[in-house]
Design a protein around this ligand. Structure first.
Ligand code: AMO
Length: 436
């Protein structure tokens, strides 16, 4: 048999024979003429069956066919103004490769809306449309451009364990695993390992990998398993260095997406703005701007989601940017390993990046001086030496360093302005959903 081609390649076969295949979208029986509209990954084509021009056996095929069945056709290609996708094939051979059960549990045409739960239950059917395929093509490209950027900047890609004995973030968010009778947990961040590899002499590292959070938050922006983009860099002058890296990364990724994926972005009505200079506002400055608009945030507190949305709006009006860095989070709200400025121990040298009102990244300069770190841990009721593997990093030569973590799924949600983070991940995991 000839090699299969996609619907978009059919124009090269006008007047010639081609083989195409896909999922039946529509079946039209009009007496002496029958049509099948077929979808493949790239688009649509039509199989046209004039009674006079095809064998009786082939002419009978559409009668017992169901939508979403897989068919394979070989025949002459014609350009046709009316045909789906613009090309039709008059079949010399027509094979029903897989007959679909009817009705399908979900409407795949996009004409009847289904609830998100029903869609996720039958995710493979929910995704069987060109907009969803475009979304995951975009997601794959985002990852490629992120990796390209880190490589260009001299970062070394690493893969660290996801089965661990403990983390350095809050213990409340750990998923426990029975590890041959011992207690282990799924990594809630590669924090300890990325700092470890800076101290190992790699200087600049990045990791793209699974992150697990036992957070019981059933929101539109939380998952229990997500893809983390983490980086860490040594010999920094200040926490502005990791912010510069993130800023450069977003500039690169968004510019590349606009250049190479405009068609896919258009399906989501998006033309994301490449950041020029992302404003860096201390949390106190942000709170003042919010207070001027009537939104009071108590001292020592973070912005709530409403505050994040409002500050994004203010920044867009004031600076024309979709992004804003909020810096100097209160010590009480940040982990013990964040460095504090000498002159103001109430805050940390930390930042969040907010994109169109949603936090997409968190980072900080880390405390690399063993004695100071030990004291900071104590202030938080922790014993640094009990975290032996972490404590050791700071005893044998640790350069000043900092980094950040970013959730790819949040990145996709913000880029495409999705209603729910679950739409941008193939098979979401949350406190309720563990299937398929
Ligand atoms: P943090 O806990 O803020 O920081 O996580 C970093 C980024 O990961 C994403 N994120 C999530 N995405 C989906 N579902 C969740 N439940 C979820 N939780 C977090 C967000 C967030 O900004 N170790 C630090 C990073 C660092 O300082 O380098 C950390 O993990 O986009």
């Amino acid at each position: 048999m000839k090699e299969r081609v996609h619907s978009t390649q059919l124009k090269q076969f006008i007047g010639k024979t081609a083989v195409a295949a896909g999922w039946v979208q529509d079946i039209r029986l009009m007496g002496g003429l029958k049509f099948l509209v077929v979808k493949d990954r790239e688009g649509f084509f039509q199989i046209t069956l004039p009674k006079k021009a095809v064998s009786a056996e082939i002419f009978a095929v559409p009668d017992k066919l169901t939508k979403e069945s897989v068919v394979r056709v070989e025949g002459e290609v014609k350009a046709a103004v009316q045909a789906a996708g613009g090309y039709e094939i008059i079949p010399a051979r027509l094979e029903v490769v897989s007959l679909a059960g009817a009705p399908t549990p979900l409407d795949t045409s996009g004409k009847i809306e289904s609830g998100l739960d029903a869609r996720l239950d039958y995710r493979f059917l929910d995704l069987r449309n060109h907009k969803s395929i475009a979304l995951f093509k975009l997601r794959a490209k985002m990852l490629k451009y992120v990796i390209d950027y880190f490589e260009q900047q001299g970062f070394i890609g690493i893969n660290t364990p996801k089965l661990t004995s403990a983390g350095v973030e809050s213990g409340a968010e750990l998923f426990e695993v029975n590890y041959f009778g011992r207690k282990a947990c799924l990594a809630q961040s590669p924090q300890i390992y990325k700092q470890m590899m800076v101290c190992a002499g790699f200087e600049k590292v990045y990791e793209i990998g699974a992150v697990y959070r036992a957070e019981k938050s059933q929101t539109t922006r939380h998952l229990t398993e997500f893809t983390g983009i983490d980086f860490e860099m040594g010999f920094i002058d200040s926490f502005h260095d990791p912010m510069d890296v993130i800023e450069g990364m977003f500039r690169h990724v968004i510019a590349e997406l606009n250049k190479n994926c405009a068609k896919e972005l258009a399906l989501f009505n998006r033309k994301p703005v490449v950041p020029k200079k992302i404003p860096r506002l201390s949390l106190d400055e942000a709170k003042k701007l919010l207070a001027a608009q009537g939104k009071k945030i108590p001292d020592g507190e973070d912005l709530d989601p409403e505050g994040e949305r409002l500050i994004a709006k203010i920044v867009k009006e004031k600076f024309g940017e979709e992004f804003v860095f909020l810096t100097h989070y209160p010590w009480g709200k940040r982990p013990f390993y964040h460095m504090r400025p000498v002159d103001d121990p109430k805050v940390t040298l930390s930042f969040d990046l907010v994109w169109n009102g949603i936090e997409v990244s968190t980072g900080a300069q880390r405390e690399h001086r063993y004695e100071v770190l030990k004291a900071q841990a104590k202030e938080k009721g922790l014993d640094l030496d009990a975290m032996k593997d972490y404590a050791n990093l700071f005893k044998y030569g640790a350069p000043p360093h900092g980094g950040a973590g970013l959730g790819l799924d949040r990145f996709v949600e913000c880029l495409l302005e999705l209603d729910n983070i679950r739409e941008g991940i193939l098979l979401p995991r949350d406190p309720i959903r563990l299937t398929p």
